[in-house]
Design a protein around this ligand. Sequence first.
Ligand code: NAI
Length: 329
Amino acid sequence: MRTAVFSTKPYDRRFLQAAARAGAHDLVWIEARLDGTTARLAEGCEVACLFVNDRADATALEILTAGGTRFLALRSAGFNHVDLLAAKRLGISVGRVPAYSPEAVAEHTVALILALNRRIHRAHARVREGNFALEGLLGFDLHGRTVGIIGTGQIGAAFARIMAGFGCRLLGHDPAPSDRCLALGMEYRPLGEVLQASDIISLHCPLTPGTRHLIDAAALTLMKRGAMLINTSRGAILDTAAVVQALKSGQLGYLGLDVYEEEEKLFFEDLSSTVIADDVFARLLTFPNVLITGHQAFFTEEAMRAIAETTLANIDAFARSGRAAHPVE
Ligand code: NAI
């Protein structure tokens, strides 16, 4: 099937081409992000293949439909960037990659925790400057600490397994408790109790209308003073302005982010020669106890290979049966 691959980067092309070798896929590489102005680039393509910052809103979907697109193949687990009601109304099916490598995201989450706790980013900069002083680099033992996990699906459970290995106590909040996490000794609690009792809180729930700004000013007040908050899920689960206030007051002790509410204006591009216009993001960069990566938690060899293979399997299944192997409904 002719497939318009939006937001193509060299690495997308490499992994999709390798996975497509055996099959008959006509892949059209489009560097632009999908939105209402770029959707017409997919004209004549039955499939549009999208990544997390492509915007499949009603306008974009109407233009895609007019151009002959009938299937959206998402190269992601999350699907908050697709207007599913509009897709349904227009008869566009949607497929996603439900679990390509939960370990990739879980391990990156742990990398943020370890780096923040032991101030590796600051230590690295100091040593390069010939500064071997330890003042300001004091960390804490993870062993014996309480880790609160909001969302204990594939990634949350992989993260729980690693943190259990460190000797942490696990608290969880999820409307659907996981047997894997229960077997690790996780105690499920209401959200407020998890926030109150945890030294480290890590977000692994999807972004939905119900989880938008789940961590707002009120939730931040509930947390232990000086606690660590990690978000590798979706930016808008945090109310970023409230998080900045909590960092300024010292209520929040550490912040690790791989995702950001307004990331589509920033992430995946080299903006090193431009002025960052987003004042909230710029403020976050000034805190010594904040560590940000640009949505790279998924970015491992294994995950990229699995994303490419599942994406093409979804397209093949849609071509055969009119239904993705992993549909979003
Ligand atoms: P999953 O579907 O396996 O697990 C999500 C869990 O969240 C489910 O158990 C669900 O019951 C729970 N949940 C739903 N609403 C909740 C709420 N209000 N409070 C607490 N828990 C709630 O999804 P998976 O694969 O673990 O991915 C989680 C999220 O991670 C994705 O939705 C995506 O946004 C993000 N992600 C980020 C990546 C990155 O590179 N930074 C890569 C892949 C996923």
